[in-house]
Design a binder for this molecule. Sequence first.
Ligand code: SF4
Ligand code: SF4
Length: 158
Amino acid sequence: MRIVPWNTIRSWRCDACGICCKHYQVVLKFPEWLNIVKNFGVEYTAPSINQFLLRKKPDGSCVFLYKTANVSYCSLQNAKPQACKLWPFKVLDKPKYGRPNDAVYYYGNRNLFIYVDSACTGVRFGVPTQYFTYSVIPEFIEVALGVRQKQFKSTAIL
Ligand code: SF4
Ligand code: SF4
């Protein structure tokens, strides 16, 4: 895993490879956990002493992941946990992963620091495009700040 500042990335688009839904454990907020328990049953969550987690299938993939041909689908879609909506982006108040000049993003009268996990197969390195800078990143920020639920530019387009 290599976390890089957004300003080193030309563009990003989820290609629905499903890798992130298999190799990472999704940590839920309590209301998200409660929603899943109410709507699907406690068996869709994983037992844990100090965290709320999604259950995984025996092959390691998320219980809500479905695959047809080579395309992976999340059956929760807009009801996905916030951690899933934000992956592979990290929206922070401080430059936790370094290179603050490349990570800083001015949004709503303040500086935020945006990083991307380069393990995502949708990352393309280079000089950021206008679309990535002014459409994709702001949507991730809005998801992180809780002012947006639905995603259009920050999710797979299939
Ligand atoms: S976010 Fe990245 S790793 Fe996850 S499914 Fe999309 S392209 Fe694959
Ligand atoms: S909830 Fe959806 S997006 Fe999140 S890990 Fe499961 S399948 Fe992937």
